[in-house]
Structures are given as C-alpha cells and as structure tokens.
Design a protein around this ligand. Structure first.
Ligand code: S3P
Length: 431
C-alpha cells in the first residue's frame, strides 16, 4: 500500500436485485496458467481472473521465458514444455499471492537453475516451511529468511519422488508437491488429512498428466507430457460468498450470481447455509474442463446459525471472515474452532475480523483457532481497518450494507488482489 491509501464509504441499502457475474476463479486461473506454461503447444484460457494475484503469476511465468498474451479476459499461453523454462534475469515477485509463491516453488524446484521468489510485506510474513520441507526432501536446495519466511532462493534440479503426508490441510502445499512431482523420476504421492480444493488434480487430468486418486491419496508420475488446450475458468465462488451473504442479510434481496464454479471441494458454504435456512438455489449446472459450474439464486433469509464443525473448516477457509459477519445476524450466533490457519493468511484474519466487528459494536469472542459471534446483533457504521487484506474489505462492505449509518472501508483498493471490480459490481445490484 502506498502513502495515500484509498477509502470507500458504504451506505446501508434496501435490497440486492438483478444478476451479477464474478471474476474468474483465482485458484483455477493460477493453475491453468502454470500448467499451460509447462505444457506442449498453445493454451487459450477464457474467463481468466482479473485479480492482481493472478497477474503476479503471469508476470513470473513471463520472466521464466513463457510467451503470454492477454486480451480482456482471455490469456493465450505458448507452452514451453517441461524442459523449456529459462533462468529468470531478476527475482520473481509473487506480490500478495501465497498461491503464486508456493505453487511456483514446486515448479522451480525441478528446474536446472537458481531462482528467487519474493513477495510484498504481507506475503513476507507468511510461512513457507510447509513447502520448503517436502521440496527439500525431493532434492531441491532452498534458502529462506529466518523462520522459513520469504524470500525463497531455490536451487532446482533433478528431483526424487516422495510419499508425503501433509501436516496441514493445504491445497497450495499439495499442489507444490504434485507440480514438483512432474519433474521427478517415478511416482510422487501426496496424502491429505482432509480433502482440500482439487483443481490441480483436475487440471492435470485434463492436460494429460499421469495422475491417479484413491481416497485421500493423489499420485503423479514424472515426465508425462502435458498438452496445451482450450480452457474455461468459472466464476469464483469465494468472491460470490460476499454477494451471497449480502443478499441473505439485506431484506427483500433476490439476486442471481451467474456462472459460478461449483466444484464440491469449494461449495462447503452452500452446504453450511442450506440447513441454517439460507434460501440459495443452484440452477443450470454443467461441467466444463472437469469443473462444475452453475448459477446461484439467493433470497434474503432468516438464518439459524450454530457451530461450524472443525472438519468443515478447510473447505470454508476463505469464506470464514464473511461468515463471521453473517453470524451476527443469525438467531443463535455462529462459532468455529480449528481455524488457526486463518492467522497466517493475508492478515491475521481472526484478529482483524474480531477487531472490526467490535468497531461495529458487535459482541465477539476470539479463540487461538476461531471465533464466536453472538446472534441478533445490531451493527453500527464504523471505520474498518482492512490491514490491506482484500477479504476483510469485502466482508466488512457486506456488513456495512446492513449497518446503521455509513461505514468507511480503509485501504479499499486492496480488493484488487482478488476482485478489482468489486465495488462497481455491487453498485449495479444494490438499491
Ligand atoms: C488456495 C488454497 C487456500 C486458500 C487460498 C487459495 C489455492 O490456501 O486459502 O486463498 O488456490 O490453492 P491453503 O491451501 O494454504 O489453505
């Protein structure tokens, strides 16, 4: 963030109506770009995320010698093949994006050159030991700042396959090991404690990798040729979550969110809201490139609230901040544990959610690994400190729509990280 930070004023609204489209799914966009870069031949990626995070991935790939052209929301990648990347002339800047840094670490571990991955102030505080450990076991030499923090200096080379049980449920770490496995002789296996988003596995299957899945074990064989292809990115359900929650909470709302990715490893929010009384209907479901997508119709609802079980937490990890906001409007309130990972996201999301809910006058209890918010609370307009975290800006914008009086979102430009048109899109459906 620069010296002059942006601020937005949010006024309470009467309803959300009409239909909206979300930016292309951020997780899927990163994966398609990275895999297209090491595939043979061109890939055309439609609906690519406009986020700053995915732009960071594209810029890093360009520095590795990959030819990439962007027109509107279509990205054309000329695949360099498994052995076609070249040593970057400067360090690779992952910006705010943990996914960029961790997934590229997996690719760079298998390259016959040295590279350095850096990030912004927030990313420079995020744990990288979780990728350093397995990639080192595979034979890469990786140096980091003290405590396993960025920057990462990676001396890659020929890798050994490993069998790796993930110590934390993390799709980013799983993906880093699977991507490194593409550069290892033989079969690399990853075992997940709980299922996390499986876009990497699906994209690898779609592009012709030698990959198999049995329960929580994923196995990939090295050096199988990947084929470039035409790919289509569905809308991001984690971006849709802010609109879903806003439309559930603002009385008289009736909103359609079109073209949203509905991969079952991402729809835990729908599974949570339905039994609580959330009126969300899923319409026009289809499958494209192995990914489900469809439209969501959401109507204002009375919600029960309750306790989110810890096993549901990994599937809701990006949605928990906005769900905490929703919790304040439920009958019973909302609580969750088992979410210590939230403390090492773009900000300490447990602390920042608690701080801002309190600024709005809400009662909230903070745990080392979770939160409890009381239900049936009146929120009052307040100044929100986003700490430069995009999901805080959007979660508290949703809160501002139902608050008494205006809410100021400080550092609001941080929404660019995942959803540059967030405020404009919201303005089109609020009345
Ligand atoms: C992501 C996985 C999640 C999520 C992040 C995107 C991905 O992180 O929070 O926004 O694209 O793989 P972890 O896998 O580290 O939990």
């Amino acid at each position: 963030m620069g010296l002059f930070t942006s601020a937005k004023m949010i006024q309470p609204v009467k309803r959300l109506v009409g239909s909206v489209r979300m930016p292309g799914d951020k997780s899927i966009s990163h994966r398609y770009a990275i895999l297209a870069a090491i595939a043979e031949g061109p890939s055309e990626i439609h609906g690519f995320s406009a986020s700053a995070d995915c732009r960071s991935t594209l810029e890093c790939l360009k520095q590795l010698g990959v030819k990439i052209e962007c027109q509107e929301h279509t990205v054309v990648v000329q695949g360099a093949g498994l052995s076609g990347l070249r040593a970057p002339a400067a360090s690779l800047d992952a910006g705010n994006s943990g996914t960029t840094m961790r997934m590229l670490a997996g690719i760079l571990a298998g390259q016959p050159f040295r590279s350095v991955l850096t990030g912004d102030a927030s990313l420079s505080r995020r744990p990288m030991k979780r990728v350093i450990d397995p990639l080192t076991r595979m034979g890469a030499r990786i140096q980091s700042a003290e405590g396993g923090l960025p920057p990462l200096e990676i001396e890659g080379g020929t890798l050994k396959p490993i069998r790796y049980e993930l110590p934390v449920p993390s799709a980013q770490v799983k993906s880093a090991v699977l991507l490194a496995g593409l550069f290892a002789e033989g079969g690399t296996e990853v075992i997940e404690p709980v299922a996390t988003r499986d876009h990497t596995e699906i994209a690898l299957e779609q592009m012709g990798a030698d990959i198999s899945r049995r329960g929580r074990t994923i196995a990939v064989r090295g050096y199988a040729r990947l084929e470039g292809r035409k790919l289509y990115v569905p809308g991001d359900i984690s971006s849709a979550a802010f609109f879903l929650v806003a439309a559930l909470l603002v009385p008289a709302s009736n909103l359609v969110i079109e073209n949203v990715g509905l991969n079952p490893t991402r729809t835990a929010i729908l599974d949570l809201l339905a039994p609580m009384g959330g009126r969300v209907r899923v319409l026009n479901v289809e499958m494209v490139n192995g990914e489900l997508l469809g439209n969501l119709r959401v109507e204002a609802s009375r919600l029960q609230g309750g306790e989110i079980p810890p096993e549901a937490v990994p599937g809701l990890i990006d949605e928990l901040p906005v769900l905490a906001v929703l919790g304040t409007q439920t009958e019973q309130g909302l609580a969750f544990h088992g979410a210590a990972e939230l403390r090492v996201k773009e900000s300490d999301r447990i602390a920042v959610v608690a701080e801002n809910l309190r600024r709005m006058g809400a009662e909230v209890e903070e745990f080392p690994d979770g939160l409890r918010v009381a239900g049936q609370q009146k929120l009052r307009g307040a100044e929100i400190e986003t700490r430069g975290d995009h999901r805080m800006a959007m979660a508290f914008t949703a809160a501002g729509l139902i608050a008494d009086g205006p809410t100021i979102i400080r550092d609001s430009a941080c929404v660019d990280v995942s959803f540059p048109d967030f405020f404009e899109t919201l303005a089109r459906v609020t009345a």
